[in-house]
Ligand binder design. Structure first.
Ligand code: FES
Length: 99
């Protein structure tokens, strides 16, 4: 695949994979039609967009870490989808899928 593209997949769901250019904010590209991820504030506060991520992406910043520590303590895969810039292929699982 073109090196400037990343593939986002949603294993365990009926959603098709999405291909985006690198360094795109996920929150501007995922919609209720194309992904199972739901967003609320989109600023890293509400926790609606909590997901589990598999793939190499930049680590959470301090603010995101603090929210993750409350929502998913100790879970290294937990991230806030609205705070992620895409730099690589990722697999995304919503937290509901786990319940
Ligand atoms: S949408 Fe509120 S934390 Fe991501």
């Amino acid at each position: 695949m073109n090196k400037n593209l990343c593939c986002i997949s949603f294993p365990g769901t009926d959603y098709q994979s999405i291909v985006l250019e690198k360094n795109q904010p996920l929150s501007e590209n995922l919609t209720i039609q194309n992904s199972p991820v739901l967003f609320g504030c989109r600023t890293g506060i509400c926790g609606t967009c909590l997901v589990l991520i598999k793939g190499e992406i930049p680590p959470a910043n301090q603010d995101e870490k603090e929210v993750l520590e409350i929502l998913a303590p100790g879970n290294q895969q937990a991230r806030l989808a609205c705070q992620i810039d895409l730099t690589n292929d990722v697999e995304i699982q919503t937290c509901e899928a786990d319940k």
